[in-house]
Design a protein around this ligand. Structure first.
Ligand code: ME8
Length: 515
């Protein structure tokens, strides 16, 4: 039976439309899921929306609709974004679903039974208008002596009954876990930050609210709703069928949670502590990616520079956008997006290096070999060198994907494509056409074989365009999995190839309409 692999994105807040940060995370996780499927794993890939909590309630109130209406409208936009981006997620979870309520209530019961939940009171500066607590340093005194919150609304000192989770009791167990599982948090810088945060001591966590009811009721005390992060994190378990079991139960613990840097603590401190308390296994790895900035500026709705993924895809096409986002920014670091950068990558690496190589070699086969893949003669040193370099790619790519170094995956492939271009230029098959047609056939065969290897490995990143390229190379669907990159398997000489066609168009600046 195939080995299982379970990966997730964070679930997004549907209190607005999806932006490029959401698209980035979904695309990256999709590449990992597709890579694992092609590599023979039985994959479960989950994404979805995080629909409870005060933020949703406030946004809905401002819009004059119910929080569920808001969630319905925007969750549909996130689902739509998944389709637009060609995301291969196997499930899309909404935290307002019945299956999720059951899972949250069960994990709560288990934490309670373990003695890790107690009732206490929560105190702080509370804004009735915002329905939110603020820390003292988030508030300020107005001229009339009234205290105001960050939104300028009056706050008052309030004490509220709340359930608490004994997070303070978990520091040692968490530190031991980080120690025994050095790969639990990636990349390493994030791991170090979390370890020092936990070393500095943990406070118990307030995990219920009574001031609003847009959430999952606490079992046995329905005046309380669960703190949104207890609810949100549990989504990963819900999708495996917890607590009922079923077909997906074997997917827990998750192999990989992919999240952004602002929510690392929730996933690497709170989440494993909740699971340890409930007697459940902890996920194997949490990978923390960086933030995407619009030319260095953080995106926010108030700054008005949120990039709509729809706009990007219609400007450049889906696959160039997928490629660009993973190629440009080392995964795990912050990065910038700009029109010039995407056009640069698209035209130099996709249209020129890969697209032209395919177009030139396949057109020569069409013209000079009657459209049949030529039969190669004995391989020269140059042939062997490029075949060896492309033959090592699978191993390099696997290692990169297992560490979520998606930029390393692409860099490895790009370097083989460059090397193949040098090989092709150096062998001058257009000269050989006259002087040594048999040798020309060998060069074209080797080039097509290297393109096959590169294309098979690029499928997860650009599924649509690469499917076309593999069609042009005469690779049938059943030969597109990574097992076909094993030593010994090569393109069958003599296959008829379809008429060549361009796969990676150049980006041309649209000409402004003359008035
Ligand atoms: O945090 N660049 O939801 P969310 C890259 N509901 N990634 C970004 C980004 C940017 N500019 N902006 C946001 C939540 N993200 C919670 C998660 S999980 C149990 C609950 C990432 O809609 C962000 O880091 O604010 C997070 O991983 C994801 O998008 C969803 O963010």
């Amino acid at each position: 039976m195939a080995e299982r692999f379970y990966t997730t994105t964070a679930i997004s807040y549907p209190n607005g439309s999806p932006h490029i940060g959401h698209a980035y995370e979904l695309i990256a996780t999709d590449v990992i899921a597709r890579f694992k499927r092609l590599d023979g794993f039985d994959v479960l890939f989950l994404t979805g929306t995080d629909e409870h909590g005060i933020k949703m309630l406030q946004t809905a109130r401002n819009l004059g609709i119910s929080p569920l209406e808001l969630a319905d409208q925007n969750s549909a936009k996130f689902r739509e974004m998944g389709r637009l981006l060609d995301s291969s997620n196997d499930d899309f979870i909404r935290t307002t679903e019945g299956r999720h309520r059951a899972a949250c209530q069960e994990i709560w019961r288990r934490m309670l039974e373990a003695g890790d939940i107690y009732k206490g009171s929560y105190a702080g500066w509370y804004s009735v208008r915002d329905e939110a607590y603020y820390a003292e340093d988030e508030t300020r005194l107005a001229e009339d002596g009234k205290r105001l919150g960050p939104q300028g609304t009056p706050v008052e000192w309030v004490e509220e009954e709340s359930y608490f989770f004994r997070l303070s009791q978990f520091a040692d167990r968490l530190l031991a876990h980080y120690d025994e599982h050095p790969d639990f948090i990636g990349p390493a810088e994030r791991r170090n930050e979390i370890v020092s945060f936990v070393r500095s001591g943990l406070k118990d966590l307030s995990i219920s609210r009574t001031t609003f009811d847009w959430g999952i009721p606490v079992p046995g005390d329905e005046r309380h709703v669960m703190y949104v992060w207890v609810d949100a994190l549990t989504n990963y378990l819900t999708a495996t069928g917890f607590p009922d079991g079923g077909d997906r139960a074997g997917f827990w613990p998750a192999d990989l949670h992919v999240i952004g840097k602002d929510i690392a603590r929730f996933h690497t401190v709170y989440w494993p502590a909740f699971l340890m308390s409930a007697g459940l296994p902890v996920p194997k790895r949490v990978f923390v990616h960086g933030f995407l900035f619009n030319r260095g500026e953080k995106m926010s709705k108030s700054v008005g520079n949120v990039i709509d993924p729809n706009a990007l895809v219609s400007a450049y096409g889906l696959d160039p956008v997928r490629y660009f986002l993973l190629r440009e920014v080392p995964f795990g670091q912050d990065g910038n997006y700009s029109h010039e950068a995407i056009v640069g990558r698209m035209n130099s690496e996709l249209a020129n290096d890969l697209g032209n190589l395919a177009q030139r070699s396949l057109s020569m086969i069409a013209k000079n070999c009657d459209g049949f893949l030529p039969t190669p003669g004995a391989f020269t040193e140059a042939d062997e060198a490029i075949l060896a370099a492309s033959g090592q790619l699978l191993q390099r790519c696997r290692a990169a994907v297992d560490r979520q170094e998606l930029h390393v995956l692409l860099a490895a492939i790009v370097s083989v494509v460059s090397e193949t271009n040098r090989y092709f230029a150096g062998e001058e098959p257009w000269v050989l056409r006259k002087t040594d047609p048999a040798r020309m056939g060998t060069v074209l065969y080797v080039t097509a074989e290297v393109l096959r290897r590169v294309a098979i490995l690029l499928q997860p990143v650009m599924p649509g365009s690469i499917a076309k390229l593999l069609d042009l190379l005469g690779v049938p669907d059943e030969e597109r999995r990574f097992e076909r990159l094993d030593q010994g398997f090569m393109l069958g000489a003599g296959r008829p190839l379809p008429a060549p066609a361009g796969v990676f168009p150049r980006y041309v600046e649209p000409v402004a309409d003359e008035a």
